[in-house]
Design a protein around this ligand. Structure first.
Ligand SMILES: Cc1cc2nc3c(=O)[nH]c(=O)nc-3n(C[C@H](O)[C@H](O)[C@H](O)COP(=O)(O)OP(=O)(O)OC[C@H]3O[C@@H](n4cnc5c(N)ncnc54)[C@H](O)[C@@H]3O)c2cc1C
Length: 502
């Protein structure tokens, strides 16, 4: 073991790299290992850049292990199908080059145990992805203790490195102001759109036989989307795959379609479910099939933008700072400000980003003061899940999520507010939102999921005039939503979807 590599700075900005353990680099190892757990892609990926830099530095081949467990919370046919589509794309992306790509899908609970440790015995160094929520931080901590060599965690989440953000800002305006002051200096640190793999040491011929025997790679049947292969896995079979294909190739097609066809009207249409004016990139962003950097590049190329157009004094104002068209400004505020606010909240508040106790004091107090207010309707989780409330618009949103694995942003806000209003308590409402969206939505279990659930209960917001049940937390109503947004087609589709018809 050598400590000579402690200061190695290749591949990714130092602010984005941290050591998860104090083991050394084994310069006698047979390969460098990239354990791909969140940035499930071959492009715009700082972890991959870092791993390739290590491979060059040490003169060792690069192995990419993309693994999928069967016992993580909410594992289902829907989520598995999407991730496995991505594995098939990654297999193609690495097929002809020097990188040995190893897709592993656990066939039964616990089957994958020991794989990373076994590989670490032959590895020089391991690089993995930094992801600030769900079970991943805990999984990385546990792995750090078990592996034999240095484990590095690399942050490729957003345009600002998480380590550069000083705090979990209480509202978007504060995060935006900080971002406007800080972003310029990070724009020159960009993950490679297409990493140059040609100069890497030659491809490792094969992993050791004991590895491939005990932990065989995912079969071509599974990777090609066979429903039979999915049915054999011990996962939730009620949550079925949806029409949206996962993977980087589909993500790039979706990005191109959005930028060319819908970006120019985003500011006018993104709030109207009937208009389908948003990017629908959130499932791809969630599983790391596409990078925020990549989306940013495509939008800015379309806008013929240069850094010189960025505004000056950071004011926190929502429009005008980027120096692009109004629709692009509106889109970037979601992609960069709101998205990264959610990520930094999870990173800075690991113990309560998803808990009632993590809400601002005023929100906790007002919700608790109104916890015993009579509710006009009270539904349990099963009624919510079945989309069986008295409110057709609410039911349409729930059905959209069950049917398509996705829900429109305006409808998510209304959906959450009504769960708060129609649940026995605010804590129960938080549990219900988490259980339903994490289970049915492809993009659930994301920092933005928790940002959304907690926004419903007052996080990132300010007190509003006091009302029953909500207290001073902002309320929403279906009646006023129907006046403000276009939902005729949305409601009609829901009626014809045949899901949970009563
Ligand atoms: C109650 C509630 C729950 C939510 N749950 C999730 C979730 O599980 N997963 C998830 O990714 N987002 C969630 N959001 C945020 C937002 O609704 C979705 O990100 C957005 O609807 C995704 O659609 P899109 O990709 O077409 O977005 P676009 O409008 O095209 O925006 C582009 C990207 O910007 C980001 N973004 C957009 N709106 C927001 C927002 N309000 N907050 C944070 N980031 C945003 C997303 O990464 C999105 O993909 C939730 C919001 C609420 C109110």
């Amino acid at each position: 073991m050598l400590s000579a590599y402690e200061g190695f700075r290749g591949g990714a900005p130092p602010l984005r790299v941290r050591a998860a353990n104090d083991r050394g680099v084994n310069s006698g190892g047979s390969f460098v290992l990239y354990w791909m757990i969140a940035n499930r892609r071959a492009r715009y990926n700082f972890s991959l850049n870092r791993a390739t830099a290590w491979a060059r530095e040490l003169g060792r081949p690069l192995v990419v292990l993309e693994a999928l467990r069967v016992d993580y919370p909410y594992a289902s046919e829907r989520l598995h199908r999407f991730v496995i589509d991505g594995m098939a794309d990654n297999q193609r992306a690495f097929a002809d080059g020097p990188v040995l790509y190893y897709p592993y899908v656990e066939p039964y609970v616990g089957a994958g145990r020991g794989l990373l440790e076994r590989l670490s015995a032959d590895a020089s160094v391991i690089v993995t992805d930094d992801y600030p929520c769900f079970f991943l931080p805990q999984a990385v901590r546990a792995a750090a203790d078990r592996v034999a060599v240095r484990l590095e965690v690399v942050d490729s989440n957003g345009l600002l490195p998480l380590a550069a953000v000083p705090q979990a800002y209480p509202a978007a305006v504060h995060h935006r102001r900080f971002m406007q002051g800080a972003l310029r200096s990070h724009l020159s640190d960009w993950p490679s759109p297409a990493p140059d793999l040609s100069s890497l040491p030659g491809r490792l011929k094969a992993l050791p036989l004991d590895v491939t025997t005990r932990w065989p790679a995912a079969t071509q049947e599974l990777l090609s989307g066979s429903p039979v292969a999915l049915e054999a896995l011990p996962i939730d079979h009620v949550v079925r795959p949806v029409g949206m294909r996962g993977g980087s190739r589909s993500a790039e097609v979706a990005l191109g379609a959005f930028v060319n066809e819908r970006l120019s009207s985003y500011d006018q249409r993104h709030n109207h479910p009937d208009d389908r004016g948003t990017s629908r990139l959130s499932p791809y962003l969630h599983f790391g099939h596409i990078a925020a950097h990549h989306v940013f590049d495509a939008v800015m190329k379309h806008e013929q933008w240069t850094v010189g157009r960025l505004g000056g004094r950071p004011s926190g104002a929502r429009e005008g700072w980027w120096g692009v068209s109004n629709p692009a400004e509106a889109f970037l505020d979601q992609l960069v400000v709101w998205r990264e606010l959610g990520f930094s909240t999870c990173a800075k508040r690991p113990h309560d980003y998803d808990r009632f106790e993590g809400l601002p004091e005023w929100a906790q107090q007002t919700l608790l003061r109104h916890a015993d207010d009579p509710r006009p309707f009270v539904y349990d989780r099963a009624a919510f899940e079945a989309g069986a409330t008295h409110d057709p618009l609410w039911n349409a949103a729930q059905r959209e999520m069950v049917r398509d694995g996705w829900m429109h942003n305006y409808m998510r806000m209304l959906w959450g507010k009504k769960i708060l209003e129609w649940s026995a308590s605010p804590v129960e409402a938080l549990d219900t939102m988490t259980a339903l969206m994490n289970r049915w939505s492809l993009d659930g279990r994301d920092p933005n999921s928790y940002a959304g659930y907690m926004w419903v209960l007052g996080r990132y917001d300010r007190p509003w005039p006091e009302r029953p049940i909500y207290g001073t937390v902002r309320s929403m109503s279906s009646e006023s939503a129907m006046r403000k947004i276009r939902v005729a087609r949305y409601l009609a589709e829901s009626r014809h979807s045949g899901l949970f018809d009563r």
